[in-house]
Design a protein around this ligand. Structure first.
Ligand code: S3P
Length: 431
């Protein structure tokens, strides 16, 4: 870990073109589908962060081979029927919730006996949400506090009917993956729509999946997936930090290239557009996983409100939306976002405390917070709380503060966006 604080100075303007790293959610899934294939698949523009690397390291334990290039990775799998079942040591998911929960579905489905572990932050995150339905399907699982470490002891899975008690794409995807190996059909009801990359990518890679209203169903997978070539679109959640920079720093214009425009991921753009932000979507490629460019200019933003209904579709963008709210006139409310307490940090606490440190007027509630703006933020030394999205939010705050923001534990951005500070440097002109 880099012990020195990262110093981000106020900027006169930000300008330029940015190609985003591959979407993190889609990258994890592309790797899992390549592991389900028999033969060599090629994935271009895979996210180069530590989380996606955790998925690679875990899949290596199952016997899958990887050849990493600069912009692409070749994945060589002998098919799920020949995955390594005699795993030595445990499977370490690092900091990655997506690796843990999606891989849990595959491991339980295959009846592989192994212990799954993670770092301190991941070991504090709730896993009951996957343990309970997987046990219902027949998986034999042990875990002390419904957290990692989890011990998978085999078991034969049966399809179940299950209504997701939390709006979570990770839980939904875990069960869809488990359903691929369960006898009979698996039905999942989702009361609130969450990101649907797993469903789309199953269709793209030839796996039958059905959706009737809000019930998704899946059958047992008979044959390995056919090896594929796939290009991962840019990450809209990473793009959100540049959208905020372009919007909040005066005299700015940014052009963001080839970003995923999956409708379950761009609610934050629609919200900002509705509230006065000059953000335009361009050159759209309308495939099952659509992508396109985003052009953003400095704008005056009105206060806004986020409620439970849309929270799931912009959950990862809430830290940066909170920063934007500090610059909006009036009261912005964020409610029904309790899920934030179970992310890489307790994000309600880390947002409230870090923004307070910069002088923002913010009030915490059990399920969210209120922000009163606009406030000219002041520089300070602030902790990232070991959370990549908080570190990136603080860096954008540095661009609009009256003096530099110093970020403690700043290198945590490597979780999803190793090139973040380099790009920040390139696009910003110091005051
Ligand atoms: C993700 C789903 C979301 C999101 C996470 C990635 C995914 O988590 O916050 O960054 O790839 O499915 P939850 O499913 O826990 O809401």
């Amino acid at each position: 870990m880099n012990k020195k604080n990262k110093i981000v100075k106020p900027a006169k303007f930000v300008k330029g073109q940015i190609t985003l790293p591959g979407d993190k959610s889609i990258s994890h899934r592309a790797l899992f589908f390549a592991a389900l294939a028999e033969g060599k698949s090629k994935i271009k523009f895979l996210n180069n962060g530590a989380d996606v690397l955790s998925t690679i390291v875990c899949l290596q334990k199952l016997g899958i081979k990887f050849q990493l290039g600069k912009y692409s990775v070749e994945v060589d799998s002998s098919g799920f029927k020949k995955w390594n079942r005699e795993i030595t040591g445990s499977i370490n998911c690092g900091n990655s919730g997506t690796t843990t929960r999606l891989l849990a579905g595959l491991i339980a489905g295959q009846g592989i006996k192994v212990k799954m572990i993670g770092d301190e932050s991941l070991s504090a995150r709730p896993m009951e949400r996957i343990i309970e339905p997987l046990q219902k399907m027949g998986a034999e699982i042990e875990s002390e506090n419904k957290n990692l470490p989890i011990l998978f002891n085999g078991g034969k899975l049966m399809g179940i009917r299950y209504t997701l008690p939390v709006a979570s794409a990770q839980v939904k995807s875990c069960l869809l993956f488990a359903g691929l190996f369960a006898d009979g059909k698996t039905y999942i009801t989702e009361k609130t729509r969450t990101r649907d990359h797993t469903e789309n990518m199953m269709k793209i890679f030839g796996i039958s999946i059905f959706k009737k209203k809000n019930v998704i169903s899946i059958n047992k997978l008979k044959n390995p997936v056919i090896p594929f070539k796939y290009s991962v679109p840019g990450d809209p959640s990473a793009a959100a930090f540049w959208v905020a920079a372009g919007l909040l720093v005066p005299n700015s214009k940014l052009n963001l290239k080839r970003i995923s425009l999956n409708s379950s991921r761009i609610s934050y753009i629609k919200l900002l557009q509705k509230n006065g932000c000059k953000v335009r979507i361009d050159s759209i490629n309308k495939s099952l996983e659509p992508f396109g460019d985003i052009i953003i200019q400095s704008s005056k933003i009105k206060s806004f409100s986020i409620r439970k209904k849309i929270a799931a579709s912009l959950i990862d963008e809430i830290p940066i939306l909170a920063l934007i709210a500090t610059q909006a006139k009036g009261k912005s409310t964020f409610r029904g976002v309790k899920e934030l307490r179970f992310k890489e940090s307790d994000r309600i606490k880390s947002i409230v405390e870090s923004l307070k440190c910069l002088g923002a007027d913010i009030k915490e509630y059990p399920d969210g917070f209120d922000i009163f703006g606009p406030t000219k933020l002041k520089g300070n030394t602030v902790d990232s709380y070991g959370d990549h999205r908080i570190a990136m939010m603080l860096a954008i705050a540095g661009l609009i503060s009256n003096s530099p923001v110093k970020i403690k534990n700043h290198s945590i951005v490597n979780i999803s966006y190793p090139d973040f500070y380099g790009i920040l440097e390139r696009i910003s002109r110091k005051q």
